[in-house]
Design a protein around this ligand. Sequence first.
Ligand code: HEC
Ligand code: HEC
Length: 206
Amino acid sequence: MFLRQFAIGLLAAFTMSSVVFADETDVSIVPPAEGSVSIENGLDAFSRIYEVASHPRCSNCHVGADNRPMWSGPSYGRTRAHGMNINAGDSRIGAETIQCSTCHAYREGLNDTPHAAPQVAMNWQLAPVEAEWFGKSSDEICNQLRDPDRNGGRTMLELAEHLNHDLILHWAWNPGGGREPAPYSLQEHIDDLLIWGVAGFPCAND
Ligand code: HEC
Ligand code: HEC
């Protein structure tokens, strides 16, 4: 049931997004047959998922309760909180001070100017506090992602939610402007989520 919901959630989210991205590379969502993935292969898949989740293109937005986006990764030189004293506030969109969209609103064109604000989606904002990944270990993120109590109570649909902000995801794998792309590809990341799911969402500390 758990797995079925997860797969259907992925499919539903994908069907919605594929309308918007008809001209983008096709992403297919084909879970491996139930029972066909060993725990070991599931753990291998999760270690790749972790490489993605902890990568700056993802974790810079997946920060904690201090509501400060991060500037990290090779293009930034050193790791630090977002300059200009940006704080997303409890709203996570900067409504309390200056909205993220002031600088990050979607604009047609490539984000190929180094150190310009990425302009890839209207809803550029921090991920929810429960989805805090920045600086967390593989085990921490693993337990967080599979735990309905900490992923918004949406069972494994929560995992599929990342497809709801696929503009941002497409950018993360093709950021331009000298930024390092997230590892693997969106397709490989989805495949890994499905492999991990069919293996029963194992974590190394089980
Ligand atoms: C611009 C900021 C931003 C970036 C960059 C970003 N995310 Fe997110 N992420 C969000 C927001 C906002 C949500 C909440 C979306 C929602 O609930 O509809 C979210 C939610 C998620 C979720 C749902 C899981 C949970 O625990 O809430 C996943 C999975 C996810 N993102 C994956 C990724 C991956 C993988 C990357 C990098 C390839 C990434 N995100 C990069 C903002 C971001
Ligand atoms: C005054 C303009 C401005 C505002 C407002 C702003 N940003 Fe930024 N942001 C930037 C610039 C410029 C960069 C790129 C800096 C660089 O590459 O050296 C950036 C980069 C980022 C990055 C890093 C992206 C990456 O992976 O390279 C994140 C995350 C981010 N901003 C989140 C936010 C959030 C969330 C908000 C709202 C709370 C916000 N920003 C508000 C200008 C702004």
